[in-house]
Design a protein around this ligand. Structure first.
Ligand SMILES: Cc1ncc(COP(=O)(O)O)c(C=O)c1O
Length: 416
């Protein structure tokens, strides 16, 4: 058996010699698109702005990618969640069920629309939540559910939609990590009432450094989102007499949108490549004894924002951290723990929201649990049993085989 790199052996991949290919997300085409925006601004003498022809084009392109519906560009994925919530026009202190594992930006906006986040646990096999975990949390105050398709793996949506229908709740799909993922043949983001996408530079497609999109097939929600994203401007309102509600300015801009239009045309190719990499590794791992691709809902197509890898720790002589360190020493990029559980963070535990108010939990108007503590046993167990391998669409045969070879080498060394 070859000696592990962590014990002084030679690594499967010497990353100083064999660097990983760069992602190459930004190309000459994006540069030309941006230059066009500048050239027009210079020759016309009018600075580029927002909601202009480039932003409108990107929103049209985005909606086309989604197979119809309406898109509104905003300036981050966090704002996309905020605007999606704003579009629902929820009453103060409404409870909104949020995912167990998500970026803070997928949860914090609930506070900023005056609502109360209620954390659902994970499905015990996944980073994502499920109807079974959500149902017991529904109270007479619940108005909406946010689900996040983490890692690009779709949530099991049908039972959640049934539950939402039964209790008259809105469903927001957070698709920040899942551009183009499919659930039973349907694109994620088209299943719930409204969806939020992040288009910051690390996502499947981007609008430059930061950005986001609110997407819905419901025209009424679309106009509400548009107003909420732009200081309550009276869009699509007859005889407008001024701004119709208090709101912030969450707009995207024409320069970012011009980049987004180039990117979204490349998105199908990016998705296809990521799927091929993810599916190849998933299939090859089937013959491994302790390492496998984490469970996915049947009849779904993940877009693999990262690979969620499960370890059978009972069959190994080491813990997950040691296994990951050994894999890293072999030259593979891994994140040993995806413990992004918002309700474990100090801001949530200390209710640090507006000054010392403890809003919304401490507010007189809120009649629910003032001490927000949630069952997240599955989320902890799942994050303990899994780690993430970073991949992207520019990985080739060599990167795939190195991931597999390193995983096999480490597994063999630590097999019980
Ligand atoms: C699931 C999820 N929701 C929301 C966000 C927030 O997006 P942004 O960073 O664009 O604000 C992210 C960012 O990674 C995310 O992964």
């Amino acid at each position: 058996m070859s000696k592990l790199a962590i014990d002084g052996g030679s690594p499967v991949r010497d990353i100083n010699v064999n660097t990983f290919p760069p992602r190459g997300l930004i190309t000459e085409a994006e540069k030309q698109a941006a230059l066009r925006v500048f050239d027009e601004a210079i020759s016309s003498g009018n600075a580029f702005g927002y909601n202009g022809k480039y932003e409108q084009q990107y929103e049209k392109d985005f909606a086309e990618f989604m197979g119809g519906g309406f898109a509104d560009g905003v300036n981050s994925g966090t704002d996309a969640v905020f605007v999606a919530l704003g579009a629902l026009d929820l009453d103060l202190f409404s409870e909104v069920i949020v995912p167990p594992i998500t970026d803070p930006g997928g949860c914090m906006p609930v506070i900023f629309v005056g609502c109360v986040p209620v954390v659902a646990d994970c499905d015990p096999r996944s980073y994502n939540t499920s109807a079974e975990q959500i149902e017991p949390l529904i109270t007479e105050r619940t108005r909406a559910i946010i689900v996040a398709h983490i890692a690009g793996d779709p949530v099991d949506m049908d039972p959640i939609m049934e539950l939402a229908k039964k209790h008259n709740l809105y469903v927001i799909e957070d698709c920040a990590q899942a551009h183009g993922a499919k659930y039973k043949g349907r694109l994620v983001g088209t299943i719930g009432d409204i969806a939020a996408f992040s288009t910051m530079f690390g996502k499947h497609h981007c609008t430059g450094g930061q950005g986001g999109v609110v997407y819905t097939r419901n025209e009424k929600l679309y106009w509400q989102a548009k107003r909420f994203a732009d200081r309550g401007k009276p869009f699509n309102i007859e005889n407008p007499q001024g701004n119709v509600q208090a709101a912030l300015n969450c707009n995207l801009n024409d320069l970012s949108a011009a980049i987004g239009s180039v990117q979204i045309k490349r998105l199908p190719e990016i998705i296809a490549k990521r799927r091929k990499i993810g599916e190849t590794i998933k299939k090859e791992l089937e013959s491994f004894k302790t390492v496998s691709l984490g469970w996915q809902v049947p009849d779904t197509e993940s877009v693999y924002w990262f690979l969620k890898i499960r370890l059978d720790l009972d069959a190994l002589t080491v813990d997950k951290e040691t296994f990951c360190k050994a894999l890293q020493a072999e030259g593979i990029f891994v994140n040993p723990s995806y413990r992004h559980i918002p309700c474990e963070a100090p801001w949530f535990r200390n209710k640090k929201t507006f000054g010392s108010s403890g809003f919304p939990w401490n507010a007189d108007g809120y009649k629910g649990e003032r001490n927000p503590q949630f069952k997240i046993d599955n989320a902890i167990k799942v994050t303990d049993e899994h780690f993430n391998i970073h991949i992207h669409e520019s990985f080739g045969e060599r990167e795939i085989s190195d991931i597999l070879e390193a995983s096999k080498k480490v597994e063999n060394a630590y097999l019980r």
